[in-house]
Design a protein around this ligand. Structure first.
Ligand code: X8Z
Ligand code: ZN
Length: 609
């Protein structure tokens, strides 16, 4: 749970609790008892529940109105958080040794011990320095700009333009200029790594990465192996997709821009980070008959959708499953579009400000297919938050962080052509028939399958940065190498300038948000989708299944979500899907017909890079 609320929120939550924590310290003479441990946890939860509200509001104001004062306030709250959280983690570690602890006390003590994303050592000034650095990095990202046709352009606008512009020179301009946002971050990032590692070591972990890996109800090394194992399951499909897309781009742009072998140029894939490629579907669509024949962005524009209407549409999917409507305050307090007159963090997020019903999203929504999915993604967080709101404070979280990221995406897998007809967006006459299945699957794979290596490599890079295997002098070259090794992509314009810090141009690095969760979510969302379609009695191909308006599925989903983080994640997974195993099999099944088709298309080509 600690991982899922913002750093600043927990900061304030823990801040004023220090005095009361002392109250629950065991008498100096005796050993703490199981009852002492239970009462320590209880008081910690009470304080957190009470105080996190103030912290969340401070963080909200900073993210939706970046200026020197809100930076100051957020940094202060973050520092206070870190100090108090470290103190609590140390106490928790001591209580964890006590004999005869009940299940919940033990689980919650462990959560208190390992839940920090950015620990600091217990040295005067350390938490302050760490928090000031992190607030500065996040705000620098939020204020970042690049250029388009020589004009200064906000990051959020460049992000959208990368999906529609096809001129390779303009793409290179946007990519290269945006990536300059990382340059001033590098030194601060290196200092952040030092401080947080000292903090992790003081808590008994080898480094910050080891601490991150310890949050999965299993041995951290076994968790790392699970990632590699599942990647090997889905990698053959990625390799086929890469091979096919490279050939199509070569045909489109010619050898000069995109050679027929080697890596793909990173700016040609319809996304600033080449993390999802769905925007270039029109360039790579199957010739003739297989093409799906419609484009979701066009449909939304054609029907005069507004950002608010997209959010209403997303909400309506959840209510069709039996979930309650979002509260009135959601509509009053959310930031749905970018304010014109101030700096904000545009990267989408979902908030639960009072741990009950003060749910909000913060987006700079645009009317396009990407944001249609992102809105469902964010609402998935909000409906999860509300489902577990009756849990004790430390269990107000997801089964593991991948679950939180998977719910909304799982819902969006039900956005089928038939569902678009229900919405009145697609003319029934234009519903693609079976002969268009490959087009539909390809469109989906460009987003879902293409993401997998990206989802893995961000933390491959960070884990090695935290462990010292990658030193500051090699930050950028190691990043470019991982992008090459895993994704098979290369930056436009040849060698990167010596001062580059390209990881800083991806939100989650300056935002210090662990990224493995998104990789897990890609696998989990297909496991959820398959289980839900089985529950619904669906017998057709998985990509044609929509659970829209199925209240029985909604009830089962709610049962899993309502568990929060009270049990190890395999229990939650089993409750909804019947299996305790996170793996790529549901995803492989979903895309099986495409895999075969891609293999046929790529016959005679030499794949790989
Ligand atoms: O960061 C997000 C969400 C907020 S939790 C918009 N996502 C990752 C990204 O944008 O890099 C969702 C997909 C992956
Ligand atoms: Zn998310």
């Amino acid at each position: 749970m600690l991982r899922q609320i913002s750093t600043a929120a927990l900061a304030a939550a823990l801040l004023t609790g220090a005095a009361r924590a002392d109250h629950h310290q065991p008498a100096e003479t005796g050993q703490p008892t199981a009852a002492d441990a239970r009462s320590f946890v209880e008081s910690a939860e009470e304080r957190l529940a009470d105080l996190s509200i103030y912290a969340a509001k401070a963080a909200w104001v900073n993210a939706t109105y970046i200026n020197v004062d809100t930076d100051f306030l957020a940094a202060r709250a973050g520092a206070e958080f870190t100090e108090a959280a470290v103190e609590l983690a140390n106490q928790a570690a001591r209580y964890a040794e006590v004999e005869g602890l009940d299940y919940d006390t033990k689980r919650k003590l462990n959560m208190l011990r390992q839940g920090l994303t950015a620990p600091a050592p217990d040295i005067p000034g350390a938490a302050d320095e760490l928090s000031t650095i992190l607030t500065g990095l996040q705000s620098a990202y939020g204020k970042g700009t690049g250029t388009y046709k020589g004009e200064t352009t906000r990051g959020n606008e460049l992000e959208a333009l990368m999906g529609t512009v096809r001129d390779p020179e303009l793409l290179e301009e946007m990519w290269t200029s945006w990536h300059r946002v990382g340059v001033p971050m590098k030194e601060d990032y290196a200092r952040f790594v030092e401080i947080s590692n000292e903090g992790a070591q003081a808590l008994g972990y080898a480094d910050t990465g080891a601490m991150w890996r310890s949050g999965y109800d299993m041995d951290p090394d076994e968790f790392a192996r699970l990632l590699d194992r599942t990647w090997n399951e889905v990698k053959p499909l990625y390799d086929q997709l890469h091979c096919y897309v490279r050939a199509e781009l070569n045909e489109e742009y010619g050898d000069e821009v995109q050679p027929a072998d080697g890596p793909i140029r990173a700016d040609l894939l319809g996304n600033m980070w080449a993390q999802e490629w769905g925007n270039i579907y029109p360039l790579v669509a199957p010739e003739g008959a297989g093409d799906i024949g419609y484009d979701l962005t066009d449909l939304l524009e054609g029907a005069d959708y507004t950002p608010v209407k997209i959010v209403e549409t997303g909400e309506a999917f959840f209510t069709s499953l039996g979930f309650d409507e979002l509260p009135e305050t959601f509509w009053q307090r959310s930031q749905i579009t970018a304010p014109a007159d101030r700096e904000v963090v545009c990267h989408a997020s979902a908030w639960d400000v009072d741990n009950e019903d003060d749910l909000r999203i913060k987006m700079c929504t645009r009317v396009n297919a990407d944001d249609f999915v992102t809105v469902h993604h964010e609402l998935g967080h909000n409906f999860y938050q509300r489902a577990y709101s009756n849990q004790p404070f430390l269990y107000k979280g997801s089964a593991n962080d991948g679950f939180h990221e998977a719910v909304g995406d799982f819902i969006a897998l039900s956005v089928t052509p038939e569902y678009l007809v229900d919405l009145g967006l697609l003319d029934p006459a234009n519903v693609p028939d079976e002969s268009k299945d490959i087009g539909l699957l390809l469109r989906q794979a460009l987003d879902k399958v293409a993401f997998l290596p990206f989802g893995l490599l961000i933390d491959k890079w960070r884990w090695q940065v935290f462990s010292g295997e990658i030193q500051p002098a090699d930050y950028n070259s190691a990043w470019t190498q991982l992008r090459f090794d895993y994704q098979g992509i290369t930056p436009p314009g040849g060698d990167r300038p010596g001062d580059s810090f390209d990881p800083g141009a991806k939100y989650h690095v300056p935002g210090n948000t662990p990224y493995t969760r998104y990789y897990l979510a890609r696998l989990l969302q297909f496991q959820f989708h398959k289980a839900a379609c089985d529950q619904a009695g669906w017998e057709g191909p998985l990509h044609r299944c929509s659970i829209y308006a199925d209240e029985e599925v909604g009830e089962k989903l709610n049962a899993m979500l309502a568990m929060g983080s009270s049990r190890p994640w395999p229990d939650a997974l089993e409750a909804f899907t019947g299996t305790r195993d996170m793996n790529g099999s549901a995803m492989a099944e979903y895309f099986a017909p495409l895999t075969e088709w891609l293999e046929g298309q790529n016959r005679g080509r030499s794949c790989g890079w």
